[in-house]
Design a protein around this ligand. Structure first.
Ligand SMILES: Cc1ncc(COP(=O)(O)O)c(C=O)c1O
Length: 298
């Protein structure tokens, strides 16, 4: 196993060697989209869904992925394979590229660039911390309005999420949940949010990324016979919930046990949360909705 492999400028290199130009507008203006997929025990999870979302993000940002989807999958699989990883955090990125030298600053003229990489699997909240549960801060900084940057386009403009994360960490919490400009719950840095109230699972309806793990929670809940609703939720709905959890490619389904330092529900990871979490990992271990990395190699 290595510390990862990146694909850039047509070459597979070590993470340290993977460098973009300071003149790439993806760097200087955050003009880039990406998607993160994971591999577990040698299987990508819902790879086609991640690639499809990636291509929608590209289209939404008027970026063109220079490789067709089958090639993107092959490149990512090659990164995982060359890194010698079974459990991996894998990203595909398209950046705007450079303005033509001496030419007009017209983003339509830029040649868009693809970067991919595989790193050892990343947990946004460590498995140990998940045992006791996450302390979530409801932060002042609002999520960027959908009308300005549609969060369904998975993009590099993370200033709102980063500011929220700083605020949460400074307050001693593990991570942050941001509100929409209208004051409803949205999401946090790298995850979607769920509540459980009287046996019903609720999740914010607007101003959120349509997470693949979020969609997976819908599937698992349906399978377990638990109703799920997307709704406009006020912060009090979180504070008074029976249970809450986060969902992300980088960590799966993760229990919340405190909000702004106050215990949520019983103050311990909730039973429905833990049931869904177990289902998620058991099914992943069994290769559910998986694509074997080795099947994509040429
Ligand atoms: C802002 C945001 N919301 C939600 C998610 C979770 O999405 P997924 O389940 O597809 O990883 C992410 C993932 O990185 C994210 O960045």
């Amino acid at each position: 196993m290595t510390d990862g492999v990146a694909f850039i400028d047509g070459e597979y290199v070590s993470p340290d060697e993977a460098k973009v130009s300071i003149f790439d507008i993806g760097f200087s203006r955050g003009d880039a989209v990406y998607d993160t997929v994971s591999a577990w025990k040698g299987y990508f999870f819902r790879l086609d869904d991640h690639v499809a979302r990636f291509l929608r993000s590209c289209a939404g940002a008027r970026l063109t992925c220079p490789h067709p989807p089958e090639e993107v999958k092959r490149i990512l699989a090659t990164c995982v394979h060359r890194a010698g990883l079974e459990d991996a955090y894998v990203q595909m990125i398209v950046t705007r590229g450079r303005f033509p030298s001496g030419g007009p600053r017209d983003p339509r003229l830029c040649q868009n660039r693809f970067v991919g990489f595989a790193l050892p699997y990343i947990w946004i909240i460590s498995p140990e911390r998940q045992e006791t549960g996450i302390d979530l801060a409801l932060v002042e900084n609002r999520r960027t309005p959908t009308e300005a940057i549609d969060p369904r386009i998975k993009n590099f403009n993370w200033m709102d999420l980063q500011r929220g994360l700083f605020e949460a960490l400074d307050r001693g919490a593990d991570t942050a949940v941001l509100l929409t400009p209208a004051g409803y719950l949205s999401e946090g840095p790298g995850f979607n949010l769920f509540l459980v109230r009287e046996g019903v699972i609720l999740t914010p309806r607007t101003n959120v990324l349509e997470g693949i793990t979020r969609a997976t929670v819908f599937d698992l809940a349906r399978e377990a016979g638990v109703p799920v609703q997307e709704a406009d939720l006020r912060p009090d709905a979180l504070r008074s919930a029976d249970e809450a959890f986060l969902s992300s490619t980088a960590g799966g389904i993760m229990p919340v046990t405190r909000v702004d330092g106050e215990p949520l529900g019983t103050g311990r990871p909730g039973p429905l949360t833990m049931r869904l979490r177990r289902l998620y990992w058991d099914k992943r271990e069994a290769g559910w909705r998986g694509t074997a990395v080795k099947d994509l190699l040429v």
